[in-house]
Design a protein around this ligand. Structure first.
Ligand SMILES: NC(=O)c1ccc[n+]([C@@H]2O[C@H](COP(=O)([O-])OP(=O)(O)OC[C@H]3O[C@@H](n4cnc5c(N)ncnc54)[C@H](O)[C@@H]3O)[C@@H](O)[C@H]2O)c1
Length: 303
């Protein structure tokens, strides 16, 4: 066992499978006491079971670590609060939260139902808020802590997962807001956009050129939770980790501005905008054809 997180208490959502499980195991192996949060649902969010979280606690204990299971729904305020309450009751402190839990309900926008939109936003975006909300109150009082959200390269947009892409874009804005709002209390907040082999990535229609294992993602999360990252002042960042690659995403900023004289009219804007402010082409638009033929080969929603 290493000691990157010695003495810390960390809560991880979605810790029963895939990346969250690897994060929980790695945190425990680096000396943290871990709250293993997982509702134990299918990829679409159905059929909950507490066995999934319990299984990871057993794995951590078998390796000599310390963990406790919480099989609640983090899409509820009570579920987010309980994760934090259990950390405080069991370990007397909370140094980090990692919001990994997620589900998918894929559908083209023009066919998407409320039942496909709401649970995806509730799990990813509200499920990060519920945990950040409860944890940040504790971290503000103790004057330290680390919040980590999980986003995706899909925050750039998605052909057939507008719900997921919108939720993941929201996670980034939530993380940046947490970084700003909690900076003076010694709390950092960052987002991770992973690409790793799990049941979720197995359904991606494109062949992913850059992909790694959940353990690669876990190593980055352990670092971000550690005093080494906190000493570097790392906050408000979005990192992709895909096997051997780690990348940092740009902060959103105005790309190009131009100023006109007098009040704008649609006519004046039509004459002015294309040649001055212009556009910033979407990289994903250039890949649409490849994505569309991959979707058709895999019989994915495309129309
Ligand atoms: N795997 C990838 O390549 C990839 C790419 C981009 C983003 N991500 C993101 O990384 C995260 C982990 O993905 P994964 O591939 O390990 O998925 P996974 O399906 O293997 O694991 C997700 C876990 O979240 C749990 N969960 C779902 N809803 C929950 C809820 N309401 N409350 C508590 N737990 C709940 C599930 O039971 C499951 O164990 C997700 O947020 C996903 O969107 C993954």
């Amino acid at each position: 066992m290493g000691n990157f997180l010695a003495g810390k208490a960390v809560a991880v959502t979605g810790a029963g499978r895939g990346i969250g499980r690897a994060v929980a195991l790695a945190c425990a192996a680096e000396g943290a006491r871990v709250v293993v949060g997982d509702l134990g649902v299918s990829i679409e969010g159905a059929s909950p079971t507490s066995e999934i979280a319990d299984g990871v606690v057993k794995e951590i204990e078998a390796a000599g670590g310390t963990a406790v299971a919480v099989a609640d729904d983090i899409a509820t305020m009570a579920g987010g609060q309980r994760l934090v309450d259990v950390a405080l009751a069991e370990y007397g402190r909370l140094d980090g939260v990692v919001c990994v839990a997620g589900i998918l309900r894929e559908r083209m926008l023009f066919n998407m139902s409320e039942d496909e939109w709401d649970p995806v936003l509730a799990t990813h975006l509200k499920g990060t808020f519920t945990v950040f909300r409860a944890a940040s109150a504790v971290m503000r009082a103790q004057g330290s802590g680390t919040l980590i959200g999980f986003t995706s390269g899909n925050h750039q947009g998605s052909v057939s997962q507008a719900n997921y892409a919108a939720a993941k874009g929201g996670v980034i804005s939530l993380v940046r807001s947490a970084a700003l709002g909690l900076h003076k209390y010694g709390v950092t907040a960052n987002a991770v956009a992973p690409v790793a082999r799990t049941r979720m990535s197995a359904g991606v229609p494109m062949e992913l050129k850059e992909i790694g294992e959940p353990e690669d993602v876990a190593a980055l999360v352990v670092y971000l939770l550690s005093e080494r990252a906190r000493a570097e002042g790392i906050t408000g960042q979005v990192y992709t980790v895909a096997g051997p690659k780690i990348a940092v995403w740009a902060q959103p900023r105005e790309l190009r501005a131009a100023y006109g004289e007098g009040p704008w009219t649609p006519e004046r804007i039509a004459d002015f905008l294309p040649g001055t402010v212009g556009t910033d082409p979407m990289p994903l638009l250039a890949q649409l054809e490849a994505m569309s033929s991959a979707a058709q080969r895999g019989a994915r929603p495309n129309a």
